[in-house]
Design a protein around this ligand. Structure first.
Ligand code: ADP
Ligand code: MG
Length: 421
């Protein structure tokens, strides 16, 4: 058993000897002599290995006792692997097939062995390359609706729900990182921050922008105080892997109970940033314009499919603590239930826009940046893209209740882009 040994990080060279006796490995790969191991972790926190043989492949993910992006000077508990495991199994059951299958979790080694997604790539890479994914919007909209609905009081009974909230309340370290990195750091001169130097004037404006800072703290309060459902908690385009026909969600270690709009808004904010980054990656010709329009359409599809699927689940599956059928359907008043649905969707929508707007700030002014902008080598060009994203992000965060439809957001985003040309 792995767990009898004290925790030790794997290395490509030691992995076959250390995992070579596990049936979860040998059953899929054959004996360890034939394994090829590559460390591919490009994330911020953990080790990720692809282990292949002539007959199969798996992914081995292991937490490190520090944040990989910063180094040993930022110690981090290994517990995050435990929360990722519990989130992966729950989210995977709520939208079957959308997360990688888990083969083994070993708590002592903070290690998961899971399905190797292939030929999938990280969605961010596909968006930088200008690739179209026809089914992506539907997959993501449905994923969000199913996981957020089925993880909430609209589905869970009291005993399961309270036990689960208590369990995930233990994910304090990663929750605390989100609280700081998302909602606070970008809006003051925090030493962890960095930004493209040409944005200096913009940064001064942001930090003096009281309305924006109010919005940031209001969204932080929503995130901290509204334990509406089990979130993925890091639902950006770097946590989605895609092939031509398939879409998968990975990396749920930031899972926490929070407001439904958080996962929705994180994803939408990243799609709108991918839109603004296009000017740094391709010519302003018909091809560039077509791809930009597709990204806006993708965001619209995600939201529209989310609404449709959430409404379907509401009508067909609603139960749990907040089901409320006794008050409406069972008294021949289905309209009451529809009104409740309508109000909830309106709250999720304004929350999502608020979270999207804050995400669009923290990815440009905070610690963790995104490859869409980072790979634009020429500084002035990168800064121009980032400025547009900040302008849109501010509108969304501050005026989140003024947007009634996603078409209005598409108009905002396209308008900012058009005026800048
Ligand atoms: P971190 O928690 O450190 O951010 P991730 O879970 O995001 O780690 O994984 C880092 C990288 O490893 C991903 O960007 C992806 O390229 C690769 N990866 C992770 N899980 C899988 C998987 N199941 N199949 C294929 N590649 C994966
Ligand atoms: Mg991660």
């Amino acid at each position: 058993m792995l767990t009898r040994n004290p925790y030790e990080p794997l290395r490509s060279e030691t992995l076959p000897a250390r995992l070579g006796n596990l049936p979860e490995m040998t059953g899929r790969l054959g004996s360890a002599e034939g394994w090829r191991v590559r460390e591919v972790g490009d994330g911020n926190l953990n080790l990720v290995f692809i282990v292949e043989s002539t007959i199969g492949s798996v992914v081995v993910k292991q937490a490190l006792p520090y944040a990989r992006v910063v180094g040993e000077s930022w110690p981090m508990s290994l517990d995050r692997a435990f929360f990722e495991y519990h989130a992966l199994t729950r989210l995977g059951a709520r939208d079957p097939g959308r997360l990688p299958a888990l083969h083994l979790f070993d708590e002592g080694q903070a290690l998961q062995i899971m399905e190797h997604l292939s030929p999938h790539i990280i969605l961010r890479r596909g968006l930088i390359a200008g690739t179209f994914y026809p089914a992506l919007g539907e997959h993501l909209g449905r994923y969000l609706a199913r996981t957020l609905f089925r993880g909430s009081d609209l589905s869970m009974d009291t005993a399961r729900r309270k036990a689960d909230v208590a369990l995930f309340a233990g994910n304090v370290e990663l929750c605390g990182i989100t609280e700081d990195l998302f909602f606070t750091d970008p809006f003051w001169d925090c030493p962890r921050n960095r930004h493209t130097p040409a944005l200096a004037a913009q940064v001064t404006v942001v930090r003096a922008d009281r309305d924006l800072k109010l919005a940031a703290l209001e969204m932080k309060a929503r995130f901290c105080m509204c334990a509406q459902t089990l979130l993925h908690g890091d639902m950006h385009t770097g946590s989605v892997m895609v092939s031509d026909t398939d879409t998968r969600v990975i990396d749920a270690e930031f899972a926490a109970y929070g407001p439904m709009g958080f996962d929705v808004g994180s994803l939408l904010g990243n799609l709108w940033m991918a839109y603004f980054a296009q000017a740094g990656h391709r010519a302003d010709d018909a091809g560039g314009d077509a791809y930009r329009s597709w990204i806006l359409q993708l965001a619209e599809t995600v939201w529209e499919v989310f609404v449709a699927e959430f409404s379907l689940l509401w009508r067909t599956e609603r139960g749990g603590i907040l089901g409320g059928r006794e008050l409406f359907e069972n008294q021949a008043d289905p309209l009451g239930a529809e009104l409740m649905l309508h109000g909830l969707l309106a709250d999720i929508w304004s929350d999502a826009l608020g979270f999207a707007g804050i995400e669009m700030h923290r990815r440009i002014l905070g610690l963790a940046h995104i490859p869409e902008f980072e790979t634009i080598a020429e500084e002035e060009r990168r800064a121009a893209c980032e400025r547009r994203a900040l302008a849109a992000g501010r509108e969304l965060a501050v005026h989140r209740r003024a947007f009634l439809t996603i078409a209005q957001v598409s108009d905002l985003v396209a308008g900012i882009e058009a005026r800048a040309r």
